[in-house]
Structure formats: structure tokens, C-alpha cells
Design a protein around this ligand. Structure first.
Ligand SMILES: Cc1cc2nc3c(=O)[nH]c(=O)nc-3n(C[C@H](O)[C@H](O)[C@H](O)COP(=O)(O)O)c2cc1C
Length: 205
């Protein structure tokens, strides 16, 4: 069983999403004794942005690409291979300006690629995986039925983007109110830990 573990906070030890993805992956590893983990730290090693060579290369058969186009697609090729090899994907996602960080968006731009993870008639090619998204946000109230739900462009975007490539089994774990003091953070982390426990159990197939 392969786990792809992705962090995208530029922070280190103080990052709440990092702490929680680490706990979730450790918990999954305990449950799945045969688990192998591949790790990508997008917060500290940001993916490259898509370029003209990247785009032209993506629409050109591999054997006809220029060396510059092949080079531009190297990161994407490697990131897609990691994604396709994974059974479970764990993603740490800080909320930045109501959606994902630029680093995570850059990774999504690298892995959502025609003929690799979706077809021209919009069939997802990365099916059969489970994704856990651990978000961290300074504020709160972004959940279903809550006052800020309508301005939460992070959860719906990630659910739709993963669904587009065939990953429809997406579970969210939220650490909210990280900017609201120790008590609020403790409460939020406790809630996330409870969900991690349930999520780990639900990952047993
Ligand atoms: C550039 C930037 C934008 C942010 N935008 C939001 C936001 O829209 N809503 C929110 O609740 N918190 C926002 N925050 C706070 C972060 O979501 C919060 O610090 C979170 O804990 C970051 O995740 P991390 O702890 O894993 O680094 C923002 C922080 C930064 C640095």
C-alpha cells in the first residue's frame, strides 16, 4: 500500500497542517503495516509554474517533443508517477486568501494533465484512490451551513479538482481558528485528531 504525503505550508514546526498530516500518516502507517510513504514538501520545495514549453509539450507526443519541452515536463512526469502509484493521498493545505496556497496550486497544475490524469473528453485517469485533505485556517466558520461557507473556495475547489482526475473519495479534516489563541487551537486540534482516528479506520479496506 502506497501513501503519497504532501505538505504545502511554507512554515515548519509551527504549521498546523503539517503537524496533522504527520499524525495522520503515522496513524495510517500503524494500521497498514506494509505501507510505503512518498513525501513531497511543496512548502519548502515549491513546484515550478507551467511554462509555454510545458503546455506545448503536454500536447505533443512524447517522441516528438523538443528537449526543452521534455525538460519542462520532468517535474510533472515525476509528480504524476507518484500520484498514480499511490493508494492513499494525504495533503496538508493551509487556507490562503480563501483557497489553496500558490504552492499547492502549482502542484495541481503539474499533476492535472491531459492524457495523463484526464482525457480530452474529461474522464479522470487517477481513479481508485482515497484522498485526505487536512486544511488549516486562521479563522473558522467555513463549514457546511456556517456563516463563511460561501467564501470557502478551498474545499469545493479541491474536491472538484480531484474529482476531475477521478479521485472522488476525498475526506476533509479541518484545523480552524489557528489565529484565535491556544484554547481555540486546542479545541480544533482535538476535533481533527478525532477525525484522524475515524479516517484511519475508514482507510482499512
Ligand atoms: C497569505 C495568507 C493568507 C491567509 N488567508 C487566510 C484566509 O483566507 N482565511 C483564514 O481563515 N486564514 C487565512 N490565513 C491564515 C492561515 O490559514 C493559518 O495561519 C493557517 O494556520 C496556515 O496553515 P499552517 O498552520 O499549516 O501554516 C492566511 C495566512 C496567510 C499567510
Amino acid at each position: 500500500m502506497n501513501i503519497l504525503h504532501i505538505d504545502s505550508s511554507p512554515r515548519g514546526a509551527t504549521s498546523h497542517s503539517r503537524k496533522m498530516t504527520a499524525e495522520l500518516v503515522a496513524s495510517l502507517e500503524q494500521t497498514h503495516s506494509n505501507a510505503g510513504v512518498t513525501y513531497r514538501d511543496l512548502g519548502h520545495q515549491p513546484p515550478p509554474f507551467v511554462t509555454e514549453d510545458w503546455q506545448n509539450g503536454a500536447y505533443t507526443p512524447e517522441e516528438q517533443r523538443t528537449p526543452a519541452q521534455s525538460a519542462a515536463l520532468e517535474y510533472s512526469d515525476a509528480a504524476i508517477a507518484e500520484l498514480l502509484a499511490a493508494d492513499i493521498v494525504v495533503i496538508g493545505a493551509p487556507m490562503y486568501n480563501l483557497t489553496v496556497s500558490a504552492d499547492l496550486k502549482a502542484w495541481l497544475d503539474q499533476i492535472i494533465r491531459i492524457n495523463k490524469t484526464f482525457t480530452a473528453d474529461y474522464k479522470g485517469l487517477a481513479e481508485g484512490k482515497k484522498a485526505f485533505v487536512v486544511t488549516a485556517s486562521g479563522g473558522g466558520g467555513y463549514g457546511a451551513g456556517e456563516p463563511m461557507e460561501k467564501i470557502n473556495f478551498q474545499d469545493p475547489y479541491l474536491r472538484t479538482a480531484f474529482g476531475f482526475i477521478g479521485i472522488t473519495d476525498v475526506e476533509f479534516i479541518h484545523v480552524n481558528n489557528t489565529a484565535k489563541g491556544d484554547e481555540a487551537v486546542s479545541e480544533s486540534v482535538a476535533g481533527a485528531r478525532a477525525l484522524i482516528h475515524t479516517a484511519t479506520l475508514s482507510s482499512v479496506v
